[in-house]
Design a protein around this ligand. Structure first.
Ligand code: 5GP
Length: 206
């Protein structure tokens, strides 16, 4: 059986990465797609684990060579999903999780109609502002840009299949886990020729 693509999006600071990190080891057959970015690493971020940190020149070369499934300029930096990793893992039947921005999610939607799109929203705009301030990973200008971009991102949530309002991390992890498990039981994903053959073995036509 082919794998499934889970695209997780939502404004910066909403808690997507924390939710994904909490559930990734609690589910079988799940892999995380590590993106490439031209953004500088934050303290504690590891190359090849959080991101592949690349130069702008390298990123442009990768675009030229069609190495991305999707890519976008997000808050002034470039981010892209390496295509090879995703396609290989779809073939292996894995559940692949993408943590990408809304522009990227909408690009994926055009090409993968059976992907699952999950939007993570803050309980309010005010809470988002407080979270970003508390996280303290961005300077004032970058932080304001992220908050400004959040307005457009929030306006696109209707394009997604699922909406998780992240007011409680533990609950959000449980909901996302449930969505991932539930999707594996969809008839369209589970019904293989072999299963049909077995189910109807010994059943006569009349
Ligand atoms: P951050 O700089 O906070 O790690 O990420 C900024 C935004 O870029 C987040 O919304 C994150 O989901 C998004 N992002 C991370 N990787 C990718 C990617 O490969 N493609 C796109 N389009 N967005 C990404």
């Amino acid at each position: 059986m082919k794998g499934t693509l889970f695209v997780v999006s939502g404004p910066s600071g909403v808690g997507k990465t924390s939710i994904i990190n909490s559930l990734i080891n609690k589910l079988d057959n799940v892999v995380f797609s590590v993106s490439c970015t031209t953004r500088a690493p934050r303290p504690g971020e590891v190359d090849g684990v959080d991101y592949f940190f690349v130069s702008k020149e390298k990123f442009m070369k990768m675009i030229e060579n069609s190495e991305f499934l999707e890519w976008a300029e997000v808050h002034g930096n470039l981010y892209g999903t390496p295509k090879k990793f995703v396609l290989e893992n779809i073939e292996k039947g894995k559940r692949i999780i993408l943590d990408i921005d809304v522009q990227g999610a909408l690009q994926v939607k055009k090409n993968f109609d059976d992907a699952v799109f999950i939007f993570v929203a803050p309980p309010s705009y005010e809470v988002l502002r407080e979270r970003l301030l508390k996280r303290g990973t961005e300077k004032t200008e970058a932080l304001l840009k992220r908050l400004e971009n959040a307005k457009w991102e929030l306006s696109k949530m209707i394009e997604f299949n699922y909406l998780i309002v992240n007011d409680d991390l533990e609950k959000s992890v449980l909901v996302m886990k449930s969505i991932i498990i539930g999707e594996s039981y969809k008839t369209t994903r589970i019904l293989t020729e072999e299963l049909i053959k077995n189910l109807f073995k010994g059943v006569s036509d009349r």
